[in-house]
Design a protein around this ligand. Structure first.
Ligand code: P6P
Length: 334
């Protein structure tokens, strides 16, 4: 068949099925599930592209969320989109999100709902009002037990329990990048088709890259090993700083070009800012699948067992060599 036609037909749902090389119920489930994630991405991308043209998209809602952060209208809209696309899906019983104190249960999908969705609906929402790139981050886990008391204790498990994870990057084009433990694959939204079409399969992160991505405005709060690492890249040729305020963009760049993204702990907040379950663990799964590394500085992100849903973690993630360089400053001071 025509090569370009074949590529146009490699949609996300077909690619997921190909990953299984069979049409088992689990393969069908995950294909349908990923298709719902894609629908969420399309709905969010559409609204974002109209932000400056319609009321009610930009700015704040005036509320403060469970994290104590002021809530952007886009955060609320995107959070609701993920809930809506999974209703009547029969697939997902529970959704856990940065925007919700407790998990959201879809009663018609429970308790048979075989899967839980953990997500950050809009990561980098400070970029919404300035038309800069931002992302959604998602992870899929199997539901374990019946969770009758509704506190989702089975979600307090290490990142190895993720069966799929990835992000949607709302940039000049909208991309979806995912893994199900069989490599990392990227798709680009073709708005004329309304489909995410395969762009790159089995992406491998370079073992080293020039980019270091960190908010140097926090320098005064860091401990000495992190300060020493940043002094090292300042005085060493071959490094370039890139930091956008949305880690999905920064990590996507690093996935393709190599380097390291870090959001370390600070002296007042040694646990850092980023969430484990629906920010760091999904990205760690994906980057490890691409041949990279993700650590707290002392432990692999995927090994961390959270004690609470919104647990924070320091995050150092990217090319193996560059992550190891940061770890050596943390562990040996040089
Ligand atoms: P700071 C966005 O809120 C986010 O979670 C990441 O996407 C981003 O890298 C980081 O926080 C930005 O935080 O403290 O550097 O502004």
């Amino acid at each position: 068949t025509d090569k370009s036609l074949d590529r146009d037909c490699t949609t996300l749902s077909r690619h997921v099925l190909q990953q299984f090389q069979n049409f088992s119920p689990e393969a069908q489930d995950l294909s349908a599930l990923m298709n719902r994630i894609a629908l969420a991405g399309k709905l969010i991308a559409r609204r974002m592209s109209h932000a400056g043209l319609m009321e009610g998209v930009l700015g704040f809602t005036g509320e403060v969320n469970v994290q104590g952060e002021s809530v952007k209208k886009m955060d609320v809209y995107a959070n609701d989109v993920f809930i809506s696309v999974f209703k009547q899906s029969g697939l997902v019983c529970r959704l856990a999100s940065e925007e919700m104190d407790k998990p959201y249960y879809i009663p018609e999908n429970c308790p048979i709902g075989r899967y839980s969705l953990l997500y950050d609906p809009i990561d980098g929402s400070s970029n919404t009002d300035t038309n800069l790139s931002l992302g959604s981050i998602f992870a899929i886990r199997k539901q374990e037990g019946d969770d009758l008391d509704g506190d989702a204790k089975d979600l307090l498990a290490p990142g190895h329990k993720q069966i799929a994870a990835g992000y949607i990057l709302y940039g000049p084009s909208t991309m979806l990048v995912y893994t199900m433990g069989k490599g990392v694959h990227s798709f680009t939204l073709d708005p004329s088709l309304g489909e995410f079409i395969l762009t790159e399969e089995n992406i491998q992160i370079p073992v080293h890259g020039p980019v270091y991505s960190v908010n140097e405005g926090n320098f005064w709060q860091w401990n000495e090993p992190i300060r020493e690492y940043v002094r090292y890249v300042h005085r060493t040729e071959g490094y370039t700083a890139r930091y956008s305020g949305a880690m999905v963009s920064d990590i996507h760049r690093i996935l393709l070009q190599g380097g390291v993204f870090l959001y370390p702990g600070t002296l007042p907040k040694p646990e850092g800012k980023l969430r484990l379950l629906y920010e760091s663990a999904p990205l760690a799964f994906l980057i490890e699948q691409a041949g990279g590394k993700a650590t707290t500085g002392h432990q692999n992100i995927l090994d961390v067992v959270p004690s609470k849903l919104h647990q924070r973690t320091p995050l150092i993630i990217g090319s193996k060599q560059d992550v190891a360089k940061v770890e050596s400053f943390i562990q040996n001071g040089h």
